[in-house]
Design a protein around this ligand. Structure first.
Ligand code: URA
Length: 187
């Protein structure tokens, strides 16, 4: 394999494969532990992430940290990435062609990290990773297995900030993530 972190990070930094490059301040590649067994995938950078270059540092990120803490995790034992590496205007959902232009970078991240679990945060990640028809309200918390990798999802933390009533279900998903980690002996 000739892909390296340095090459990947540089390629993303100079990427102009889609229109999102035009308005970005920073590309946002990842955070957390590059050797983690658990990979979290969000949608794309928001304003705080665009300014800082780090995923999930705004309000949704603070909630994500609390969600992780509720099952004994933090950014030292997970790897965090997004479907797109540049902020969509006004935080809209990335368009299909934008996600397609960027998904190769996520694949490279996956190949470098080699996680045992992928946990999708929200429907955009689940649609690009699990199934294009994925319905987060119906299918969050379900587990899928592909080539020995376990994949599941929960609501995006920003969605939980908008609708607190989903938090109980999200906590069930997190408990299920914790159980899978224990079952697979990952921590
Ligand atoms: N929302 C995301 O999906 N990713 C981030 O990095 C921040 C907010």
């Amino acid at each position: 394999m000739d892909i390296t972190w340095d090459k990947l990070e540089y390629t993303i930094k100079i990427c102009h494969a889609c229109r999102l490059a035009e308005a970005r301040t920073n590309t946002v590649v990842d955070d957390g532990n590059k050797n983690a067994a658990i990979m979290l995938v969000g949608e794309g950078p928001g304003r705080d992430e665009d300014l800082s270059g780090t995923p999930f540092v705004g309000a949704a990120g603070k909630l994500l940290d609390r969600m992780l803490a509720s099952i004994g995790l933090d950014r030292t034992n997970v790897y965090i990435a997004n479907i797109v590496k540049c902020r969509p205007p006004n935080n809209r959902t990335p368009l299909y062609d934008e996600a397609e232009a960027c998904i190769g970078y996520l694949r490279a991240q996956f190949l470098l990290v080699r996680p045992k679990i992928i946990f999708c945060l929200g429907s955009t990640a689940a649609r690009h990773i699990i199934d294009p028809e994925f319905r987060i309200t119906r299918e969050h918390g379900f587990w899928y297995e592909r080539k020995g990798i376990y994949i599941s999802s929960t609501y995006h933390p920003a969605a939980l900030l908008r609708d607190e009533s989903k938090k109980r279900e999200a906590f069930e998903d997190l408990k299920s993530l914790r159980e899978k980690i224990v079952e697979l002996n990952l921590i």
